[in-house]
Write a protein that binds this ligand. Structure first.
Ligand code: NAD
Length: 369
């Protein structure tokens, strides 16, 4: 493959415009197609995009299959709404394109498992843009965590008071579903750990301007027995935290704190040599850069969908725990999702790939390898 990666973007809403600017700033990627259910929205977003987003005509349309046939794109960037991630990614993978998709990977773990199996059937790559991982301070925090030895407790506080209007103020679980996935995924990243179980409560403070639960507390058990505690609110005026959250890790060899906006601060029992970390590029910029490099060299990518499913499983498990009042095992969420995926799958080849997994964790592990 030579020349810039030829991208077809789906979704031209608020985040879609940010992606057009990100593509324009990357010399190794060009836009060849833009799809939105509303082609006028796509045309307006394209007209407002920075120069350099494309080096020729961009095919604009409402039908992804049709635009794929006329563009010779290498990959799709999916910035449509979560409910559309499954059909868009399936269409792209089976048309022979790789996919970089916005978070959440899909609306449900079951749909995500179907897409992971689709990558096995097609041999294409599907990566989730979990953009808050692309932050040099997060990489530093992780490097410090590794040096501190056995981890005990990782704590994250997230307090913001945004007035978004729109769908977020009408969702039953706006904080857990639309926001907390970033912090849940960061916890896995920082500790290189997988989730085992969660107990969560969600609630809506009396002054909340959200219909659904804008506040939540959750305690996760992670692999190796580490506990990750999350306390968050989206209706929290005053002393707001970073959008990344405010973090503290207590470990065998000491502690480290990350405000989410400044370099993390380490206090250890013994002097520690923490290695310099590379700059992964900030958020969408880093995410696109990593995707282009991974497609070029075929190396594993840290936000591969087969790995990212576990971050969505944390959200689904927390929502289930909050509604039942029970501690929820991640393995139960995965196995129920697998059964639901098998029952809902319309493609015989994808259903056969799903059915061949000895367990969900083993299937995901094999798909990520
Ligand atoms: N990484 C982040 O921090 C971050 C921030 C905001 C949003 N997001 C994610 O980005 C995605 C898009 O969010 P947004 O805020 O831009 O939403 P939006 O509603 O502003 O835009 C979505 C666009 O997708 C289009 N669309 C919907 N279904 C489609 C389909 N089947 N085919 C083609 N186009 C379709 C809509 O017409 C709309 O223009 C979501 O997955 C969201 O969770 C991520």
């Amino acid at each position: 493959m030579s020349g810039p990666l030829r991208l077809l973007q789906v979704g031209a809403g608020g985040m879609g415009r940010a992606w057009l600017s990100t593509i324009a700033a990357n010399p190794d990627a060009i836009l060849v197609g833009l799809v939105d259910l509303d082609p006028e929205v796509a045309a307006a977003a394209l007209a407002a995009a920075p120069e350099g987003v494309a080096d020729g005509d961009v095919v604009v349309g409402a039908d992804l299959g049709e635009v794929i046939r006329t563009t010779e794109a290498d990959a799709v960037v999916d910035v449509a709404i979560p409910a559309a991630h499954h059909p868009i990614t399936t269409t792209a993978l089976f048309a022979g394109l790789d996919v970089l998709g916005e978070k959440p990977v899909t609306e449900s773990v079951a749909e995500a498992l179907s897409l992971v199996a689709a990558t096995q059937v097609t041999g294409r790559r599907f990566v989730v843009s979990q953009s808050r991982r692309f932050n040099q301070q997060a990489f530093q925090f992780r490097a410090q965590a590794r040096k501190l030895g056995v981890a005990g407790t990782l704590a994250c506080e997230f307090f913001k008071g945004p007035h978004f209007g729109g769908f977020r103020e009408e969702m039953p679980q706006p904080l857990l579903v639309d926001m907390a996935i970033h912090q849940f995924d960061l916890a896995r990243f920082v500790l290189d750990a997988d989730p085992i179980a969660v107990y969560a409560e969600s609630f809506n403070p009396p002054w909340s301007w959200f219909d659904g639960d804008a506040s939540a507390v959750a305690t996760f058990e992670l692999s190796d027995g580490v506990r990750f505690s999350y306390t968050g609110s989206w209706c929290a005026p005053g002393l707001e935290t970073s959008w990344n959250g405010s973090w503290r890790l207590s470990a065998e060899g000491g502690s480290t704190r990350w405000s989410g906006d400044d370099a993390p601060v380490l206090e250890s029992l013994e002097p520690l040599e923490v290695p310099e970390v590379p700059d992964p590029g900030q958020e969408l910029t880093g995410s696109l850069r990593a995707f282009v490099a991974g497609i070029r060299d075929g190396a594993p990518m840290m936000c591969d969908a087969a790995d990212n499913v576990l971050s969505l499983a944390m959200v689904e498990a927390a929502v289930e725990s909050a509604s039942t009042g029970q501690r929820v095992l991640i393995d139960d969420v995965l196995e129920h999702a697998h059964a639901a995926a098998l029952a809902a799958e319309r493609r015989d080849d994808v259903r056969a790939a799903l059915a061949a997994w000895p367990s969900v964790r083993e299937g995901l592990g094999a798909a990520a390898a």
